[in-house]
Design a protein around this ligand. Structure first.
Ligand SMILES: [Zn+2]
Length: 116
């Protein structure tokens, strides 16, 4: 099959889900974080990317139903998000033991299994 278990990817979604939720300013959202694709406020919202991600990957969404490629795609978006939220302090992240860096190494390792 050549790719890791979907359950592993779903498990890895937990960390960015918490991070993105913490980073979102839901106090300013008239929809309490529920993305509405036909609402102009949602389309032009500065939190658009985080919000769309959350609404695709919330615990309420049946992630098991998604195929591997879809899960991988969402995980890569989350990887970018976490990566760009890090300060330059983390640039030597090979040695960094913070939860962000540990998670990013885990994801890279899991996704790298695909080519084996
Ligand atoms: Zn770090």
């Amino acid at each position: 099959m050549g790719h890791p278990d979907k359950a592993l990817l779903i498990e890895l979604m937990d960390f960015p889900r918490q991070k993105i939720l913490q980073g979102m300013e839901l106090a300013y959202c008239p929809h309490a974080g529920f993305f509405n694709p036909v609402d102009e406020q949602c389309i032009y919202c500065h939190q658009g990317m985080e919000c769309v991600w959350m609404n695709h990957n919330d615990k309420l969404v049946a992630l098991e139903q998604k195929d591997y490629q879809a899960l991988k795609q969402q995980l890569l978006i989350a990887l970018d998000y976490i990566d760009s939220s890090l300060t330059p302090h983390h640039l030597s992240r090979r040695n960094c033991e913070c939860d962000n860096c540990v998670w990013m190494r885990k994801v890279s390792k899991v996704l790298a299994l695909e080519t084996v």
